[in-house]
Design a protein around this ligand. Structure first.
Ligand code: PRP
Length: 206
């Protein structure tokens, strides 16, 4: 199921990301704010555990997160969402997967994979700002399921309808959260109108 954030602050920040004159420092700051909005929205996927807590006056109901939360940024661009998510979900463990896209074949190639031990109770947030063809997300979900993950949420900043369709086709029950759904992919697999390459713009490596 696809959720698209509807928030004026996020729309303003998406515009900053899109603007080709935005410098890497302002790009990072906008990404941080969008990441915070996405992390707040992601909280709806968290189950709660209740327990009794004693205030200075009496005992009452208390709440805690009922999941083992795992953040899995897809290198490099996924790094841009880690700070915001780990600030709001400080109990999360963090893994990394390094995937690059072969710009000729558009196929996904893995160059790094360090995923923490998972249990069926783990809730994994895949963090990747760009959902283009969906190849990176499908490869990541495949690796997570092979390690026993049962609860996965895909978090992106900008998504193309083609990529969403591919992920939903392969994983019909997948929760996908994004802050904007763009028009289409171009012939090079770039999201249009898009923002260019999030990894390069965030790291200042254009
Ligand atoms: C980009 C982007 C996503 C992926 C999306 O990564 O950051 O990870 O492509 O494309 P897909 O949906 O077609 O798989 P890129 O290969 O540019 O690496 P980078 O993050 O290191 O810039």
């Amino acid at each position: 199921m696809l959720t698209v954030l509807d928030n004026p602050l996020v729309r303003r920040d998406i515009t900053l990301l899109r603007d080709k004159t935005t410098t890497p420092d302002r790009f990072r700051a906008a990404m941080q704010r969008i990441g915070t909005a996405l992390a707040v929205e992601s909280a709806k996927f968290l189950a709660m555990r209740t327990f009794r807590v004693e205030t200075p006056l009496e005992e009452t109901e208390g709440y805690d997160i009922g999941h083992d939360v795992v953040l899995l940024p897809v290198l490099r661009a996924g790094v841009s969402l880690v700070q915001a998510f780990s600030d709001l979900m400080p109990e999360a463990r963090i893994g990394y997967i390094g995937l690059s896209r072969n710009e000729e074949t558009l196929a996904t190639e893995e160059y790094y994979c360090n995923i923490p031990k998972l249990s069926p109770d783990s809730l994994v947030f895949i963090l990747d700002p760009m959902l283009a063809t969906g190849g990176s997300i499908c490869s990541t979900v495949e690796r997570l399921e092979a390690r026993g993950a049962k609860k996965i949420v895909v978090v992106s900043v900008i998504a193309a309808p083609e990529g969403v369709k591919r992920v939903e086709g392969a994983y019909p029950n997948m929760q996908i959260l994004t802050s904007t759904l763009d028009r289409c992919l171009n012939e090079h697999g770039f999201i249009m109108p898009g923002l260019g390459d999030a990894g390069d713009r965030y790291h200042g490596t254009m």
